[in-house]
Design a protein around this ligand. Structure first.
Ligand code: ZN
Length: 167
């Protein structure tokens, strides 16, 4: 049975660095099912309860290409998202729920056009900008096993990784 959005209060536990699951590429979703929709609703709850603006499946131990984002423009649920166009650049400090106490300044596209399936399996192609565009790029990185620390120069990455072992 499907639950309605407002009735859903489950939350998933977050996977944190250096968990191996965060470092691998996720599998494409082949079929959009009720169970997948349920998973995405739980991911939204988990994102909100951790004050996140985006969450990728790998961050809750799920090996599938799904992300949820709410960076102030409403909830976005994306299945198999692919960036098909990038415009402009923008530099901003980013944190990650899976990489505690770490902030990395990252240059990303300012505007992105993304192809994905919505939660009903409908093929979408939309253009996003601002914080939403940034969050989407961050979450799609997760689906490819890429983390914010991968944007650091190697020596800073070494220091950060060493530090993360003790947090
Ligand atoms: Zn993240």
């Amino acid at each position: 049975m499907r639950q309605r959005e407002g009735q859903h209060h489950k939350s998933l536990s977050l996977v944190k660095y250096p968990a191996r699951g965060l470092l691998k590429r996720t599998k494409r979703v082949e079929t959009v099912t009720d169970s997948l929709r349920d998973t995405m609703r739980t991911m939204v709850t988990t994102m909100y309860s951790n004050q996140g603006i985006g969450l990728a499946a790998t961050q809750v131990g799920i090996d599938l290409q799904i992300v949820v984002v709410d960076a102030g423009d409403g909830i976005l649920k994306m299945i198999n998202p692919v960036i098909v166009k990038r415009d402009g650049t923008d530099v901003m400090d980013e944190g990650c729920l899976s990489v505690p106490q770490t902030v990395v300044r990252i240059k990303r596209a300012k505007v992105v056009t993304v192809e994905y399936l919505d939660e009903w399996g409908k093929r979408m192609c939309k253009t996003f900008e601002g914080l939403t565009a940034r969050a989407i790029q961050h979450e799609i990185d997760h689906l490819n096993g890429r983390l914010i620390i991968d944007y650091l120069p190697w020596y800073k990455k070494m220091i950060t990784i060493r530090h993360l072992r003790y947090v």
